[in-house]
Design a protein around this ligand. Structure first.
Ligand SMILES: [Fe+2]
Length: 257
């Protein structure tokens, strides 16, 4: 693990704008913020598409709330980028190469539209948990104070949101059955774990040195699997086994699954 050079919340927008930080800091920061904003935007898009197809009124209310929150999260991060002189269009353009990587498969698949309430529930739970870790552990302690403050606001929404929080796996099993939940987890788990990105990448190393992240992607992925295991424990549903190397896949995957 590289040594962190900058403490949490130590850099403001003026420091970057006036060139008081390493130019590589600005490059890494914009790349990270653009990826964060895109993940929020894709999640919002997924809820928007889901809302259009749902008929259950209680679920529609819950999804509409999540949609409003995710749009708010995206706008918070785009605002941080705007203060650095980066427009939404420029930020989105910067993410084009990232969208082809396994780390964006889960939010992209979510944005393209989720078929059925079970997959919506499992995908939403998965994305909520990954967001909680990335934002709560990495971004909340960012050396870039505006990003850390945006993360704090996002976490307030997540703390208030009970609809897709812990306990939802138990509800999902009661509603759809353990086998169906297990199948849905098989469909979502590899992409969700890959959302954290490759272990030990050069970009992550740079982010850790600059204090833009606190943990390597691999550590966050392990924390995610532990959290998932704890949440699944009362349901009796096991975590599907995954391959070790990145990108992770189901270890017992059959062609065409
Ligand atoms: Fe979000």
């Amino acid at each position: 693990m590289p040594r962190r050079e900058l403490p949490p919340l130590s850099i403001e927008a003026d420091d970057v704008r006036c060139g008081r930080v390493d130019p590589h800091y600005r490059v890494a920061l914009i790349r990270l913020l653009a990826a964060h904003a895109m993940a929020e935007k894709l999640t919002a898009l997924g809820y928007e598409r889901a809302l259009a197809s749902l008929t259950d009124e209680a679920l529609r209310v819950a999804v509409a709330k999540k949609l409003a929150e995710e749009r708010h999260h995206a706008s918070l991060v785009y605002r941080v980028l705007r203060d650095l002189g980066v427009s939404q269009q420029e930020a989105d353009r910067a993410t084009i190469p990232m969208l082809k990587a396994p780390s964006f498969e889960a939010p992209l698949r979510f944005a393209r539209g989720i078929a059925g309430e079970l997959d919506l529930t499992i995908a939403a739970l998965s994305l909520d948990m990954t967001g909680l870790l990335m934002i709560g552990i990495n971004y909340k302690e960012s050396s870039y104070a505006p990003h850390a403050r945006a993360a704090e606001r996002i976490l307030q929404d997540d703390a208030e949101n009970k609809r897709f929080a812990a306990g939802e796996f138990t509800d999902a099993v009661a509603r759809f059955g353990a086998d169906a939940v297990s199948d849905a987890l098989c469909r979502w788990l590899p992409a969700t774990v890959n959302f954290f990105g490759p272990p030990g990448s050069g970009f992550s190393y740079e982010c850790l040195c600059f204090g833009l992240k606190a943990c390597d992607n691999k550590d966050l992925a392990e924390m995610y699997l532990s959290m998932l295991e704890r949440r699944l424990e009362p349901t009796g549903v096991a975590i599907p086994p995954l391959t070790k190397g990145y990108p992770r896949a189901l270890s017992n995957a059959v062609p065409g699954f």
